[in-house]
Design a protein around this ligand. Structure first.
Ligand code: TYD
Ligand code: MG
Length: 444
């Protein structure tokens, strides 16, 4: 099979690899591709166009895994014959998750084919023992040659195939190294054709690479049916499974897991996970909507006099640019000086709070730290902040207030422009500006 190298920037091709494209002059854009065989006009079968109304609606079978959180993210279990990409940082727990998902399926007599290009059978066996996974129905293969893998898969004809990971498998048709863009793309496309033709549900595991997202599984996102990302802070035990794309369900759901000694444990009521319990000045409780679930999250701000001319702004789980904007609002609209302070802002528990509805909570946390006045720990703060210092409405206000009420919060500071209906479990104070919110929360 002949291959050629195609520039991803301008489309120029060359028979051999070059570090710099001779046409557009950009470096590192040449990616290996298989050459298409020439198809003459009368060689292909004539295509048939049909009306959409003729297409029968068949309910695709769902395979329930028994892990509720996993099923929910998929939209109710695996769709038979679908192709799923599971991405995440190395070491976050992707292999663990797939082995745990395999276990209840195997117990239900489903045949699982687990291919690992990264670990030996012994390593995987050790992990399986730790997880209490033990079934004859899980077949294991340590192999990286895609031809060999697909041959075995054809013999076994499994219900679920797991390829761990796409960066380690290679197609012998291409000369480039495993993990290169050309290989990832070619292997992904071959696995897709195989999975679709034989209706084998397939999960491809992909490591997200820090540099050059392009070489990572990103290049596969458009060919697969579902893209799941497993994320979390490796130093914390919580992991969030998120659907980025889902042809068979919504992309709103998340699954929350806890990494323990014996594998991942499902967390079905994650509301309290992201609150530290140590409530001091600089702490504020906010709400984020993850999927259909409101979560309460503590944001902590710490300000301390800067010893450099250029004060530091450090965030973890909070958008850095948004923080710069909120600090500017504090300075200009409220006259609270942050310019000579280093400012550290952290969302507890390794969660990421990037929605605008968190603004007001973050701004109050910073103000609380600067003034050294704690916000009452039973207060939840909801609202987006505009550049004029105004508080703007957020979506799903009622479910946010309800979640806080259920957890025993007593006061909610919310945007005045958010209409709420009915009686609430706790006191609700609408505010129009950040100034009002600071007055209520800090008594200033
Ligand atoms: P792993 O599934 O190998 O990650 P990935 O496939 O995404 O690279 O899991 C990696 C981490 O999980 C490893 O550092 C150890 C931890 N771990 C536990 O804490 N408990 C367990 O029971 C298992 C199996 C792993
Ligand atoms: Mg792994």
């Amino acid at each position: 099979m002949k291959t050629r190298f195609v520039c991803q920037n301008c489309g120029a091709s060359s028979p051999k690899w070059m570090g710099r494209c001779p046409n557009c002059g950009v470096f590192n854009t040449m990616v290996e591709e298989k050459m298409k065989e020439q198809v003459s006009k009368n060689q292909y079968e004539p295509a048939r166009v049909i009306s959409l109304t003729e297409v029968p609606i068949e309910q695709k079978d769902r395979i329930h895994t028994g892990l509720q959180e996993f099923d929910r993210v998929l939209g109710g279990g695996f769709v038979k014959g679908s192709l799923i990409l599971l991405g995440g940082d190395p070491g976050i727990g992707k292999s663990t998750l797939m082995l745990q998902v395999s276990s209840p399926l195997a117990k239900n007599n489903a045949e699982i084919f687990y291919v690992s290009g990264e670990e030996s059978p012994y390593q995987v066996k050790l992990r399986a023992r730790r997880l209490g996974v033990n079934s004859n129905n899980i077949k294991f293969l340590a192999e990286t040659n895609l031809d060999a893998i697909l041959d075995c898969a054809e013999d076994i004809n499994p219900d679920l195939m797991v390829i761990d990971s796409i960066q380690t498998v290679y197609s012998p048709d291409l000369s480039s190294a495993p993990g290169s863009v050309g290989q990832v793309r070619e292997c992904g496309a071959r696995i897709m054709r195989f999975a679709k033709q034989r209706e084998i549900t397939t999960v491809i595991i992909g490591h997200v690479t820090k540099f050059g997202m392009i070489a990572g599984p990103k290049t596969l996102e458009h060919i697969v049916d579902t893209v799941l990302y497993f994320e979390g802070d490796k130093t914390q035990q919580y992991r969030i499974l998120r659907a980025i794309k889902n042809r068979f369900g919504s992309t709103n759901e998340i699954g929350v897991f806890e990494m323990s000694e014996s594998g991942l444990r499902e967390v079905d009521n994650p509301s309290r996970l992201f609150i530290s319990g140590a409530h001091t000045s600089g702490s504020a409780i906010i709400t984020v909507i993850e999927g259909s679930r409101p979560l309460l999250v503590e944001v902590q701000a710490l300000t301390s006099p800067s010893i450099f001319n250029y004060p530091q702004r450090v965030t973890s789980g909070v958008d850095y640019k948004r923080l710069a904007m909120l600090i500017a609002v504090l300075e200009r609209r409220l006259g609270i000086g942050v310019a000579r302070f280093d400012c550290f802002v952290n969302a507890v528990g390794g969660i990421r709070v990037f929605e605008p509805g968190c603004d007001l909570g973050i701004i109050l946390a910073i103000a609380s730290s600067i003034k050294n006045i704690p916000i009452d720990e039973h207060t939840v703060i909801i609202g987006e902040v505009g550049l004029g210092g105004e508080v703007r409405p957020v979506f799903n206000i009622e479910s946010r207030i309800k979640a806080a009420g259920n957890l025993g919060f007593r006061l909610a500071i919310i945007p005045e422009k958010n209409p709420i209906r009915g009686k609430q479990k706790m006191e609700v104070v609408p505010v129009n500006t950040v100034k009002d919110a600071v007055r209520i929360a800090l008594g200033l």
